[in-house]
Design a protein around this ligand. Structure first.
Ligand SMILES: [Zn+2]
Ligand SMILES: [Zn+2]
Ligand SMILES: [Zn+2]
Length: 387
């Protein structure tokens, strides 16, 4: 019967891990002197004619060292090195797993998320001093997949042209194309296959995390916008040293839906969690909005609410119309709903109609004839739409 245990262990054990056998032969006094000079204590000749055992004066660990290394170089203590690697990894926020048997400069580490990464020792050492951070490729891929899915795209893989800012995506219409990751994150992706423009999906609900370290203030802001908000700091009138992070983006099928959902959320929060609302005078000096600013403690309430909105939107879209996202681009000329706020929902102009043969959508609900921009002046005063 084959002994797999033996075969496996023979492959995995390195010479440093083998049991040390005493090797007969003369012992030269200069070996002890060299060992002491290099912070080791000479113990015995071991393994073969070329090795001696040295005890590390720092940790007491035994190392088998080649005689020429002892005499001509500075021998390392493998035990101290192992401890240092573990500690360095811990400082860098990782767990040292094992060295890479293929490349002595690399090792495997476990991330806080549970995934395993392969990195150079030097890279981890730099991270432990605060230079950069270890990123998990697996989590990054999952995040990019989720970001793409929000806007009807599927992340297929790396950019076939090897641009690190791009990935290959497949639209729900089946068309595949390269898109910059940042554009997918913000939903700014026109499909060259079906002609759907990102502006055809006019609304997004945002949850922002706003911090002003200088005055130790930390707030949440829920809002919506007809297009991805990039200049939120400017639009909120925040000071330059304020930090704004987009915590969530929920894509809404129409501006009307976004407006209604956002208003309902504010009303519900005001009723059920009045303590979460920040009084206007408290932030009047750093923000140009007058209401709907919340305490960071309300974060989980917001996430629950947005989870529910997301689920409602998804199921409504699924039951109502599987191709609800394929609304013809209604702003194909300006490509910017803000440029012409009073434009009613006109059919796409001829120029884009050649590229976009009007798809027959018999199941689609008729949309309101009046533009939501007219019905909902709140859209215009909103921070997302004032730029
Ligand atoms: Zn040691
Ligand atoms: Zn991960
Ligand atoms: Zn498409």
């Amino acid at each position: 019967m084959a002994d797999f245990t033996l075969r496996r262990s023979r492959k995995l054990l390195s010479p440093a891990e083998l049991p040390l056998l005493i090797q007969p032969g003369p012992i030269h006094p200069e070996w002890s002197e060299a060992a002491e000079a290099k912070a080791f204590t000479f113990i015995a000749r071991v393994r073969d004619r070329q090795h001696v055992a040295l005890r590390c004066n720092a940790c007491g660990g035994i190392n088998a060292v080649r005689i020429n290394v002892l005499m001509g170089y500075n021998p390392h203590c493998h035990h101290c090195l192992g401890t240092a690697r573990t500690t360095t990894a811990e400082v860098a926020g990782l767990r040292f797993l094992h060295r890479d048997p293929e490349d002595h400069k690399y090792a495997f580490y476990q991330m806080a998320c549970g995934h395993k990464i392969r990195r150079q020792f030097g890279r981890i050492a730099r991270i432990s001093t605060g230079a950069g951070a270890a990123r998990c490729e697996t989590c990054l891929v999952h995040r990019e997949e989720a970001e793409a899915a929000r806007f009807g795209w599927e992340r297929r893989g790396r950019d076939p042209k090897d641009n690190i800012s791009y990935r290959l995506y497949r639209h729900h219409c089946g068309h595949e194309q390269r898109i910059a990751v940042a554009n997918v994150r913000w939903g700014q992706c026109d499909c060259a296959g079906c002609g759907q423009s990102w502006t055809a999906k006019p609304s997004f609900i945002y949850l922002l995390d706003i911090r002003h370290a200088a005055t130790k203030r930390h707030y949440l802001k829920l809002g919506y916008s007809s297009h991805p908000v990039k200049r939120h700091k400017h639009q909120l009138g925040l000071p330059k040293d304020a930090e704004v992070e987009v915590l969530r983006v929920v894509a809404m099928p129409t501006g009307h839906d976004a407006c209604a959902m956002e208003k309902a959320t504010h009303a519900r929060l005001k009723r059920a969690h009045p303590e979460a609302l920040v009084p206007h005078p408290e932030y009047a000096d750093i923000m140009n909005v007058v209401s709907e600013v919340y305490r960071p403690e309300a974060l989980s309430i917001f996430h629950d609410t947005l989870d529910r909105i997301e689920a409602e939107v998804t199921s409504a879209a699924r039951t109502r119309n599987p191709d609800h996202l394929s609304t013809p681009p209604r702003t194909a000329v300006g490509n910017d709903p803000e440029a012409r706020p009073n434009t009613p929902e006109t059919p796409p102009p001829a120029a884009s109609a050649t590229q976009t043969p009007a798809p027959s959508q018999p199941h689609r609900k008729p949309r309101p004839t009046a533009a939501p921009w007219d019905r909902h002046p709140i859209l215009r005063r909103h921070w997302g739409l004032t730029g």
